[in-house]
Design a protein around this ligand. Structure first.
Ligand code: GDP
Ligand code: MG
Length: 389
């Protein structure tokens, strides 16, 4: 054994990645990310540390302990202390983790749809009868490391779903770059959007099955715009993939889960409901079908929802695989029947206690908008108007 990747070691030792980074910080070991490698001596030290911690978890750290050991012992003590205290629902660490929401962006024809199709067909359990027929703009992939939610909206809508009304919808952005084409205008646009939203990026270098694929060229082009891949000494995760052969896609999913773990994504299913419209359409038979991403709280059939200046009552709800469901918690995309008008994608959704409250909320919003419009139309007073000639 020589060098080992941080996340591999974390997995082997049964600690989460954040904990492993804390330990490394405590030891003063520098790293770029969880996929950085560390030296064998460091690995031995960490093993020793964790073994000691196992014995000392409830004991006072020894006065003579090295600073790294003290730092490492601290979280264990905090955890022990916390276990002794009554549960506080407001404590952030008590809020359950939620699945990451991922959006795939990139230049046209670089393989966004193909990647999503590959993941969908290999990681989504199709319903026995009929399979998945309707497009709902999002799907849930089941991986060995847990659920990943992919937003699957066509073309430029991906940009509105990364950041809508000042709130992020996506937790992680996958930037797809075709290995035979490298950086193109929409690639840069996608990168700019992810950076503006401060969403972590993972670059999928696609079409590596092609003979003319040039992964190194993509990496050096990325370096030239200050996005330096890990193997070039930076901290950008790049994953060579092929949506055609499936090569590298397991790695990509693994990196998504690792990134999500570091982001420590949490949402309270018992908290106030908040969501965002992913897409909506009008079905000739069913009526308005809106796909909503639940961001916090839980939706139930029968709930009243307010979007923009309309409201609706949830008559029926289906998950992204097409199964009828009665409730949906954080990071779940659901298709909802019950709006009378199709809400726009990117609109925020809130719930109301009852129909009366929903109406009042809508009326309040309409009034606010009219006031704002009036204020804009009103002629601006000049200083002379106020002060006199
Ligand atoms: P999008 O515009 O980014 O959604 O790109 P598409 O998924 O529609 O792919 C554009 C073209 O590239 C299609 O003809 C795909 O079959 C092809 N393509 C996508 N991924 C790969 C890949 O990994 N290898 C090869 N050889 N072709 C691919
Ligand atoms: Mg496409």
């Amino acid at each position: 054994m020589s060098k080992v990747r941080i996340y591999t070691l974390a997995k082997d030792l049964g600690v989460d990645n954040n904990r492993m980074l804390e330990i490394l910080d405590g030891l003063g070991v520098s790293y770029k990310s969880v996929s950085s490698t560390i030296e064998e001596e460091t690995v031995d030290l960490i093993r020793q540390l964790l073994a000691d911690e196992g014995h000392e978890a409830t004991a006072e750290p020894e006065a003579a302990a090295a600073p790294a050991q003290a730092a490492a012992a601290e979280p264990a003590q905090a955890a022990a202390k916390k276990a002794a205290e009554p549960a506080q629902p407001a404590e952030p660490s008590d809020i359950p983790s939620r699945a990451p929401v991922v959006t795939i962006m990139g230049h046209v024809d670089h393989g966004k749809t193909s990647l999503l199709d590959y993941i969908r067909s290999s990681k989504v359990a199709a319903k026995e009868a009929g399979g998945i027929t309707q497009h709902v703009g999002a799907f849930e992939a089941k991986t060995s490391r847990g659920k990943i939610v992919f937003i699957d909206t066509p073309g430029h809508e991906a940009f509105t779903t990364i950041r809508a009304r000042g709130a992020n919808v996506a937790d992680i952005a996958i930037i797809v770059i075709a290995a035979d084409d490298s950086l193109m205008p929409q690639t840069r646009e996608a990168i700019a959007h992810a950076q503006a939203a401060k969403v972590p990026m993972i670059v999928a270098i696609n079409k590596v099955d092609l003979p003319q694929a040039d992964v190194d060229r993509v990496k050096s082009d990325l370096t030239s715009i200050n996005l330096v891949p890990e193997d070039y000494g930076g901290d950008l995760i790049t994953v060579p993939v092929s949506a055609r052969s499936g090569e590298g896609i397991e790695d990509l999913l693994e990196y998504i889960s690792l990134t999500a773990e570091l982001e420590d994504l949490r949402a309270d299913p018992k908290g106030e409901f908040g969501g965002v419209v992913i897409e909506s359409r009008v079905d000739k038979q069913a009526g308005v079908l809106a796909t909503i991403m639940v961001q916090s709280g839980t939706l139930h059939v029968g709930d009243f929802l307010v979007v923009g200046e309309t409201y609706g009552k949830i008559k029926a709800m289906t998950d992204s695989a097409g199964s009828r469901i009665k409730e949906a918690g954080p990071s779940t995309p659901v298709q909802i029947l019950g709006f009378s008008e199709a809400p726009s994608s990117g609109e925020l959704v809130v719930s109301a206690a009852n129909e009366h409250a929903a109406r009042e909320r809508v009326a309040g919003r309409a009034e606010q908008r009219r006031d704002a419009e009036e204020a804009r139309l009103r002629p601006k007073l000049s200083l002379e108007d106020i002060m006199g000639p």
